[in-house]
Design a binder for this molecule. Structure first.
Ligand code: ADP
Ligand code: MG
Length: 388
C-alpha cells in the first residue's frame, strides 16, 4: 500500500524555488511553508466552543513567491494543472474559481486587514495529500500567508501569527466558500515541534502539549473515500448541535453537562449533544494521560471517541470502522476516525515496532472487502509555518 513520505523540507524548498524559476524566469524572493495536520481527538467540537488536540504533520505545502511592480497575481501549483492569473483589485468572494481561491483569498484577506499587499508571482508544491482530511487547504493558505508577510517585510511575531489565523480563515470561508472552524489554520501557524496543540475555542487560547520521548507512532490511514460530497452531513450535524444548545438555553454545547441532556426530548439531539459533551471531556482526559505518559490509556480514550462518532454523532462509515477495528486487532493501542467524518482518514497509535504489521493488516482487510488499501503516513509532530 502506498506510503506518503513528507520529503526533506530543505530539499523541497529548493525544488520549489527551481520550479518557480522554470515557470517565471526570475528568482523567487521567499518560500513560505506550512504543515498539514491530523487531529488526535476533539471532533466537531470547534463550532461548539470546545477543545481539540491536533498535531502538525511533517508533510508541508511550499509557496515560492516574488513581488511584482503591478497588482497582477499569477499562481500555479505542481499538484493541479490549471494556473490562475488576475488582478488583486478584482478579487472578492466568489471571483476566484477552483483551487487558487485558497491562496489568492489570503492575499485578499490580508489587503482587507489593511496591509499594502503587492501583486506577486507564486508557485506551489506540497507533500500534504489533497482532500484526505489532512488540511491541505489550510497548509496552502498559511504557506501563502507566510510568503506574503515576508514579502511585506513583516516579522512573524506571535501577534501577527494570530492575526494570520483569522486572515486564512476568511480566505477559506469567504473566498473559497468552505466553512471552517479554525482548528486547521491555528495548528498550521502555532504548532510547536514534538507537541500536539490544545486549542480552546471558547477561550481563544492554545497550549502546546509535549508528546514526550515514549510516544507511540501516529499512523494515519487515508481511506481515500468521501461520502459527504453532496449530502450536507457536516451542516446537518452543526444544525443539530445549535438546536440542542438552543433548547437547553445555552449559547453553545460547551456549557452543557451530561445531566442537561435529560432535558432534551429529541432522541437524535440527545445523541448529538452527548457526543459533543463527552468528546470535550475526552480531549481533557487525553491531555492528562499524555502528560502522564499513559499511552495505553490514551488509546482507550481514542476507542471511546470512535464509538461516540460512530453511534452518537453518526459520522463514521464502513471504511473508517474497518480501518479502526483492524488496527486495534493488529495491536494498535488505540484508533479512531479523525476529521469531519463520512470518509477521510483514521489514526492509530502504534508502538514503532508494530507499525508495519498494523498497516499491512488494514491494507489486507480493505482488499478482502473489495476496497483499495488505504495510503498511509506517519504523523511525526512537526513545527509551525515558516519562511525559507
Ligand atoms: P483537505 O484540506 O482536507 O485536504 P479540502 O477540501 O479542505 O481538503 O481542501 C483541498 C483543496 O485545497 C484541493 O481540492 C485544492 O482545491 C486546494 N489545495 C490544497 N493544496 C493544494 C495544492 N498543493 N495545490 C493546489 N490546490 C491545493
Ligand atoms: Mg481543508
Amino acid at each position: 500500500m502506498p506510503h506518503v513520505s513528507p520529503g526533506d523540507p530543505r530539499e523541497l524548498a529548493a525544488t520549489t524555488r527551481a520550479a518557480f524559476r522554470a515557470a517565471y524566469d526570475i528568482e523567487p524572493l521567499v518560500v513560505g511553508h506550512a504543515p498539514g495536520r491530523v487531529n488526535l481527538i476533539g471532533e466537531h467540537t470547534d463550532y461548539n466552543d470546545g477543545l481539540c488536540l491536533p498535531v502538525a504533520l511533517p508533510h508541508r505545502t511550499y509557496v515560492a513567491a516574488a513581488p511584482r511592480d503591478d497588482d497582477l497575481v499569477r499562481i500555479s501549483s505542481l499538484q493541479v494543472s490549471e494556473p490562475w492569473a488576475g488582478r488583486l483589485e478584482d478579487v472578492r468572494p466568489g471571483s476566484v474559481p477552483g483551487w487558487a481561491a485558497y491562496a489568492v483569498g489570503v492575499l485578499w484577506a490580508l489587503a482587507e486587514s489593511g496591509l499594502p499587499v503587492p501583486g506577486m508571482d507564486a508557485l506551489v508544491d506540497s507533500t500534504v495529500p489533497l482532500g484526505a482530511g489532512l488540511s491541505s487547504s489550510a497548509a496552502l493558505e498559511c504557506a501563502t500567508a507566510m510568503a506574503a508577510l515576508a514579502i511585506l517585510g513583516e516579522e512573524a511575531s506571535e501577534t501577527r501569527l494570530r492575526m494570520l489565523v483569522g486572515v486564512c480563515m476568511r480566505a477559506e470561508s469567504e473566498v473559497a466558500g468552505a466553512p471552517t472552524g479554525g482548528m486547521d489554520q491555528t495548528v498550521a501557524l502555532l504548532a510547536e515541534p514534538d507537541s500536539a496543540l490544545l486549542i480552546d475555542f471558547a477561550a481563544g487560547s492554545t497550549r502546546a502539549v509535549s508528546l514526550g520521548p515514549d510516544a507511540p507512532h501516529i499512523l494515519v490511514l487515508d481511506t481515500g473515500v468521501s461520502h459527504s460530497l453532496n449530502d450536507g452531513g457536516y451542516a446537518a450535524r452543526r444544525r443539530d448541535c445549535e438546536e440542542a444548545a438552543r433548547r437547553l438555553d445555552l449559547v453553545t454545547l460547551r456549557d452543557a453537562t451530561l445531566a442537561d441532556l435529560d432535558r432534551l426530548d429529541d432522541e437524535r439531539l440527545v445523541r448529538r449533544a452527548r457526543h459533543v459533551v463527552t468528546e470535550i471531556a475526552r480531549v481533557e482526559r487525553t491531555v492528562t494521560e499524555i502528560e502522564g505518559g499513559e499511552w495505553e490509556r490514551v488509546g482507550g480514550v481514542f476507542v471511546e471517541s470512535h464509538a461516540s462518532m460512530r453511534d452518537d454523532f453518526e459520522i463514521s462509515c464502513p471504511e473508517l470502522d474497518l480501518a479502526v477495528d483492524t488496527a486495534l486487532a493488529a495491536g494498535a493501542l488505540g484508533a479512531r476516525m479523525t476529521g469531519g467524518g463520512f470518509g477521510g482518514s483514521a489514526i492509530a497509535l502504534v508502538p514503532p515496532d508494530d507499525r508495519g504489521r498494523v498497516a499491512t493488516a488494514v491494507g489486507e482487510a480493505f482488499v478482502a472487502a473489495g476496497w483499495t488499501a488505504p495510503s498511509t503516513l506517519i504523523a511525526s509532530p512537526s513545527g509551525a509555518a515558516a519562511v525559507d
